[in-house]
Design a protein around this ligand. Sequence first.
Ligand code: PAF
Length: 279
Amino acid sequence: MIIKKTPISVSKYLNSETKKLKKKIAFIPTMGALHDGHLSLVKKAKKKGYFTIVSIYVNPSQFAPNEDFSKYPRSLKSDLKKLRMISADLVFTPLHKHMFEYESPKYTFKTFGIEKKLCGKSRPYHFLGVSDIVLKFLSIIKPNVAYFGEKDYQQFFFIKTVVEQTQLKTKIVMAKTVRDINGLALSSRNNYLSKEQSRVAKNIYKSLKILKKIIKNGEDASKALNQQKNFLLNEGFTKIEYLEIRTQDLKKSILPHHRSRIFIAAKIENIRLIDNLLI
Ligand code: PAF
């Protein structure tokens, strides 16, 4: 497994080696603290025969000042071990100064109001911070395909929309959410949960599944959403930031909510969890 630390060394390597290898490139951007969800993306890319590149970089520009940037879990040594075990081909671990100094082409794109809905409402700069860094990575690596997890559906959808508005040729692909045995979507932020909080957290998936069933039966969705909000608060969540049904392109969903998604962000104290489920 090759490890590169600067944008220049990655581009140089890819220019000389991947042409010789005659392989297409798959890219998996991560912020480290890797779990089976990340590893499933790597395995998927490897299975398809791609030269598989993983970036590990905790991107400051997607965190607001009051958020968890400084305490975000960092575990480079064990991340590299996990990636070696599944034969990732190259890991890119830049420092902040490398990413700040790297000047990518200026991309202009419309955000289509991502900053005003769902996660964007409480994190208005988050998705712009994400797209800024992902576009930098894409312009350095020029992958044929980049994988994003379904748990962060809003991120996947936004990056896909942004990339479609640029000259970049990368195909943006979504891969299924990986859950633990209790149904909790794997997330690096699950590391913050105590045992008791994990017990509370698993109710998110329980609620999503109940809602899916009710909505599919054509019952009153807004009543069911309220019931599930109350259920989650009773179970120990301290705040439900949103629990909403939206179309696949994040617009307000109208009846019968066919092929829409249920989206949730909920907090246990200051730990914020998100999830979503296709109806
Ligand atoms: O999903 C994440 O871990 C991050 O938002 C990403 C895509 C690596 C960009 O920093």
